[in-house]
Design a protein around this ligand. Structure first.
Ligand SMILES: *Cc1c(COP(=O)(O)O)cnc(C)c1O
Length: 369
């Protein structure tokens, strides 16, 4: 499979609507589809038409607060094929809680986590039942699963029709899934700080919402066009402290061994991977700190740097460039501590390392498929 995300939405999707009666009405929809084998035989023109059919949602309004004003939020999580042949989601309950917080943050009715979790499990299980699921490949073990495949789950809110500026009071929640290959790109893992401001105090930086991604995408494109892999955002007030990457959190391993990540406040997205790494660090008896970390401090005291997220996993940063100055970490190679986090996290996710924190949730324990 090609690298990155597949743009073919899997046939089973979940759609819920917040009704005027104040309840969520949800149902599962099976898009017309071929079998994965038949699909492979399609020629170019046919394939596009077929995929287009799966990806279109005529029941959702085109002109609304989400498409016009970015009033929407989303989640991203993965189900991993396990070494034992099963399929498990990584901490989906946390995504459910964050989605509810995000919707509240945008003054929408929150989608209840107790509906989110079974809906996510069921969509993943129904698609797996049709064969739309990756198969575990022991070859992935050789590179700590950086080439591993997974099911990518994308829940998102979608507003009711609207053309004047407004908030969404009767949104839909849609859950789609697709397949995802390695995010890991050969080549550079250099990062550069961005002059742009992603988030500011009293803003929406802590909400996983569509609107935040405009600045992120622009900054990332600017970084890539200069030959860097990632753009890093600094704080809005002083442009001196690290915040996060374009869609991932950032970590520093200091020369004294302490694991440091910027404290959340209200400008940093509370990553589930970020929290999991802090838990792993503590279980490895590493000292951890959530606090402000400045460019100057990182440039003189950090030994390793990496970014974390559902898509990024644990991706080391070989160097950071800021205002023309470049500092290389660990001779430009992945450091030992970073590698240990990568190996442990991926091992737990793919089921080759014991899940001692009970993070993995079976996607198959659902009733009627
Ligand atoms: C989603 C996201 C992350 C990572 O969160 P995870 O839960 O670890 O996937 C980090 N930063 C931003 C801006 C994000 O949107």
């Amino acid at each position: 499979m090609a690298k990155g995300f597949s743009l073919a939405i899997n046939p089973w999707v979940y759609l819920a609507k917040y009704t005027d009666e104040g309840v969520w009405k949800g149902n599962y929809i099976e898009k017309p589809h071929l079998s994965p084998d038949e699909e492979k035989k399609l020629i170019a023109g046919e394939r596009e038409k077929y995929i287009q059919g799966r990806n279109s949602f005529p029941e959702l309004p085109l002109v609304n607060y989400t498409t016009q004003y970015g009033m929407g939020c989303f989640e991203g999580l993965k189900a991993f094929p396990q070494k034992d042949g099963s399929l498990k989601l990584f901490r989906p309950g946390e995504n459910g809680k964050r989605m509810a917080r995000s919707m509240k943050g945008l003054m929408m009715p929150a989608f209840p986590p107790e509906i989110f979790l079974p809906a996510v499990k069921t969509v993943v299980a129904k698609n797996a039942h049709l064969g739309f699921t990756p198969v575990y490949d022991p070859e992935w073990e050789k590179n700590d699963y950086i080439y591993g495949h997974a099911v990518y789950v994308r829940p998102f809110s979608y507003a009711e029709p609207g053309i004047g500026v407004g908030i969404s009071t009767n949104p839909w929640v849609v859950i789609v899934t697709t397949s995802v290959g390695s995010y890991f790109k050969e080549g550079t893992s250099k990062a550069i700080t961005s002059r742009r401001v992603r988030a500011f105090p009293e803003g929406i930086g802590w909400i996983k919402c569509d609107a935040n991604y405009v600045t992120s995408a622009l900054a990332k494109r600017e970084a890539e066009s200069q030959g860097y892999m990632e753009a890093i955002f600094l704080d809005a007030r002083e442009h001196k402290y690290f915040e996060e990457g374009s869609s991932c959190n950032i970590f520093f391993i200091m020369k004294n061994g302490t694991v440091v990540t910027p404290s959340l406040e209200d400008t940093i997205l509370p990553g589930i991977t970020r929290r999991s790494i802090m838990t792993l660090a503590e279980s490895m008896d590493l000292k951890t700190e959530e606090r402000k970390i400045s460019i100057d401090e990182a440039f003189s005291e950090a030994r390793e740097v990496f970014v974390s997220g559902t898509a990024a996993g644990v991706t080391y940063i070989e160097s950071i460039t800021h205002e023309g100055k470049t500092v290389i970490f660990n001779n430009g190679k992945m450091g030992e501590v970073t590698h240990n986090f990568l190996r442990t996290l991926k091992g737990i996710q793919y089921g080759s390392i014991e899940d001692r924190f009970n993070w993995m949730v079976s996607a198959e324990e659902t009733g009627n498929l």
